[in-house]
Design a protein around this ligand. Structure first.
Ligand code: LHQ
Length: 267
């Protein structure tokens, strides 16, 4: 471990090129307080600015991944105006989601337990989602009169199709990890006791790969849903031009021709 922190609601460490962020309010199933959002934002900033970090794992402490917004923070006294949920999204959640998706390295969600509300959609905004067998996903918003946020209404129909997405959003049913895998919503579902190791092994592998190239792949996929094929072909040309100028591309081709394992530096 090469970095620890004084955060109170998350754990943060960096080892072997992998930053691991653990949401850490286990008694409340790691539901989001303002402090947790701010600490997560800060951790993402640190990851962005640390060249040694080449992959990230996001997970939860205890039996939950994240139960979404801490609803204690949203209690409204009779007669008081409710807090502006749009402002909370605009100022806090949306910048977090944008930052996570724009991170120039692969992000793995290791979903260790229930992922509800904003917690479910936080996981789905990661690049690769691996869940433990006991994990479950709940679009809990409808049960309290809200709509799926944190990109849920964008991401879900693209991942699993309109019918299943709308069903989950309107019913708020619990989707077990194995069914999420069957529906193509997540990358993999593994036994609970090997989840952390599986995610860490994958992240350590990714941290040895051509990081710049991987981030360009991520950019291409992030932009594709709103593009025509023509626009995407142009984007691929532009991103490939950038990829073709990286040191890692040079190393990849050289290593192939020399019949040796490439040593990528992420540059
Ligand atoms: C919680 C929570 C929680 C506080 C469990 N808050 N304590 C964005 C913008 C602005 C405003 C509003 O929201 C949003 C986005 C959102 O995320 S809205 C959706 C918010 N999340 C939910 O509605 C989920 C609420 N939680 C649940 O439905 C259940 O807790 C689930 C299904 C997640 C887990 O159920 P169980 O496994 O039976 O656990 P539990 O309910 O017993 O929870 C354990 C503890 O965690 C318990 O505390 P306690 O002190 O009684 O032991 C819960 O109160 C607490 N907790 N979620 N979101």
């Amino acid at each position: 471990m090469s970095a620890t922190s004084d955060y109170e609601t998350i754990l943060f460490d960096i080892a072997e090129g992998v930053a691991t962020v653990t949401l850490n309010r286990p008694d409340k199933l790691n539901s989001f307080t303002g402090q947790m959002r701010s600490e997560l934002r800060d951790a993402l900033k640190r990851i962005e600015s640390d060249k040694a970090v080449r992959a990230m794992v996001l997970t939860g402490a205890g039996r939950g991944f994240c139960a979404g917004q801490d609803l204690n923070d949203r209690a409204v006294k009779p007669g008081d105006a409710p807090p502006d949920t749009g402002a909370t999204l605009d100022q806090e959640y949306n910048p977090l989601i944008r930052r996570l998706r724009a991170l120039e390295l692969p992000v793995i969600a290791a979903v260790n337990g229930v992922a509800a509300g904003a917690g479910a959609n936080l996981a789905l905004n990661c690049d690769i989602v691996i869940a433990g067998k006991s994990a479950k996903f709940i679009q809990a918003f409808c049960k309290i009169g809200l709509i799926p946020d944190c990109g849920g209404t964008w991401m879900l129909p693209r991942l699993i199709g309109r019918q299943r997405a709308l069903g989950l959003a309107l019913l708020g049913d619990t989707l077990p990890a194995e069914k999420a895998l069957e529906w193509g919503m997540i990358w993999d579902c593994v036994a609970d006791d090997v989840l952390a190791q599986t995610a860490n092994d994958m992240a350590r592998h990714l941290a040895t790969q051509p990081t710049r190239g991987l981030s360009l792949i991520k950019q291409a996929f992030n932009q594709s849903p709103t593009h025509t094929l023509d626009q995407q072909l142009d984007l691929e040309r532009d991103l490939q031009r950038m990829a073709g100028k990286t040191e890692d591309y040079r190393e990849g081709v050289t290593a192939f021709l020399e019949k040796r394992k490439p040593a990528f530096k992420g540059e």
